[in-house]
Design a protein. Structure first.
Length: 156
């Protein structure tokens, strides 16, 4: 029962974490430090996280959310750097290459056993794409809720 409550709270909090990660990406002055802090906190919190979730000191197939956020940051940073280098003229090429980067990120998240797996990468990517468009972010959130039709809350 208590576990279900924390599961629901985590499912509510996760989209907020990703949204704030993307906002932080655009507003931070030092992205390396931002990434370093995510990874440092992930490393520090991994042993307690594994002890509470799997009753072992280290479980390589079950990692905390900080590593997921770090992966999303790396993907968004890569795509943004590519966007700056390619420019407006080759926009179609940028979309194709960014789709390949996102696909590789989704695969990496699944192989590494990160929380929310490929969902985190996709949510981060679309929030990055719609960053300047609040209307687009709202519609993406509505689409995500409709797409899941309540499965998001299925805790079995």
């Amino acid at each position: 029962m208590i576990s279900d409550i924390f599961d629901i709270l985590g499912r509510i909090a996760f989209p907020i974490f990703i949204f704030l990660l993307i906002e932080g990406f655009f507003k931070t002055t030092n992205r390396w430090k931002y990434l370093g802090m995510l990874l440092l906190f992930g490393i520090i919190s991994e042993i307690p996280y594994d002890m509470f979730t799997t009753a072992s000191y280290f479980e390589p197939n079950w990692n905390n959310i900080m590593f997921t956020l770090a992966l999303v940051l790396i993907i968004v940073w890569s795509i943004d750097t590519l966007k700056e280098k390619i420019g407006v003229r080759w926009r179609i090429l940028w979309y194709f290459i960014s789709a390949v980067i996102v696909g590789a990120g989704c695969l990496s998240a699944m192989i590494l056993g990160l929380d929310y797996e490929y969902h985190a990468v996709l949510i981060g990517y679309f929030l990055y794409i719609f960053h300047e468009n609040l209307f687009g972010q709202f519609h993406f959130a509505i689409w995500l809720c409709i797409k899941n039709r309540g499965r998001y809350w299925d805790l079995d």
